[in-house]
Design a protein around this ligand. Structure first.
Ligand code: IMP
Length: 201
C-alpha cells in the first residue's frame, strides 16, 4: 500500500518517515510530491490551517485520485501576538523567506514589543483522503514558550526558538526522537497510524 504526502518540506518528510516506521516495516510505501513528474503547488490562500491543508490535499488528490493522500498544514501561534505567525509561519519574513529569516523576524518583533507573555503553540491540522475519497481530519498541538535567542541545530522551522512545556531546552536541542514523542505532527500522525493499521493487517 502507498500513501502520498503532499509536501516537499524535507524536515516534515523525515519526521513522517520516522513516525510511520511501524507500518513501513509492514510494507507501507511513502511517496511525496518529489515522486511526481510534474506538480504545480497550489497557493495556500486559506485563512486557517484546515483550509490550507484541504487545498494541499485536494490538489494532490486531483493527480492521484485512487490513492491515500495525506496533507497537513502547521505553524506556530504566539499568544501575545494574537496567534501570529499562524498560517503565515512558512512565509513570515516574506514570500521566499528562509526558516532562519522567519526566526530572526519573530525574535525581533517579540523583542521590540517587549512581550512578557512568550507562550506559544505549534499546531498541526491534517487532512487525509482514503482511496474511496472519504476525508479524515486529525490534529495536534504542542504547547511551550518562545526562547529569547535561538539555540540548537536539530530540526527545522522554528524548532530552535521553541521550548516545549516542562522543558528548559529548545526542540532543536532536544532532538527529533524527543520531538516525535510529543509534537503536534506526531499527535496527528499517531491518529493516522491507527486508521492505516486497520487497513494493513
Ligand atoms: P507549511 O509547510 O505551509 O505547513 O508551513 C509550515 C511552517 O510552519 C514551516 O515552514 C515552519 O516554519 C513552521 N512549522 C511547522 N511545523 C513545525 C515544526 O515542527 N517545527 C518548526 N517549525 C514548524
Amino acid at each position: 500500500m502507498d500513501i502520498w504526502l503532499a509536501t516537499t518540506n524535507r524536515g516534515k518528510v523525515l519526521e513522517f518517515e520516522m513516525l510511520l516506521e511501524p507500518l513501513i516495516k509492514k510494507g507501507l510505501k511513502v511517496k511525496t510530491l518529489g515522486d511526481l513528474a510534474t506538480y504545480y503547488p497550489p497557493e495556500e490562500t486559506g485563512a486557517t490551517f484546515l483550509d490550507n491543508a484541504r487545498i494541499k490535499a485536494r490538489s494532490l488528490k486531483a493527480m492521484q485520485p485512487r490513492e491515500w493522500i495525506v496533507a497537513e498544514d502547521s505553524g506556530l501561534a504566539v499568544e501575545g501576538m494574537n496567534g501570529l505567525p499562524g498560517v503565515h509561519s512558512a512565509r513570515y519574513a516574506g514570500p521566499k523567506a528562509s526558516d532562519f529569516e522567519n526566526r530572526v523576524k519573530l525574535l525581533k518583533i517579540m523583542g521590540l514589543k517587549q512581550l512578557a507573555n512568550r507562550n506559544a503553540s505549534f499546531l498541526c491540522q491534517m487532512v487525509v483522503f482514503d482511496p474511496e475519497g472519504q476525508e479524515h481530519l486529525f490534529s495536534g498541538e504542542l504547547k511551550g514558550t518562545i526562547a529569547k535567542n535561538e539555540v540548537g541545530r536539530n530540526g527545522f522551522g522554528y524548532d530552535s526558538v521553541f521550548i516545549p512545556e516542562g522543558e528548559t531546552k529548545t526542540l532543536a536541542e532536544l532532538g527529533v526522537a524527543y520531538k516525535n514523542k510529543v509534537s503536534h505532527r506526531s499527535q496527528a500522525t499517531n491518529k493516522l497510524l491507527e486508521l492505516l493499521s486497520t487497513k494493513l493487517v
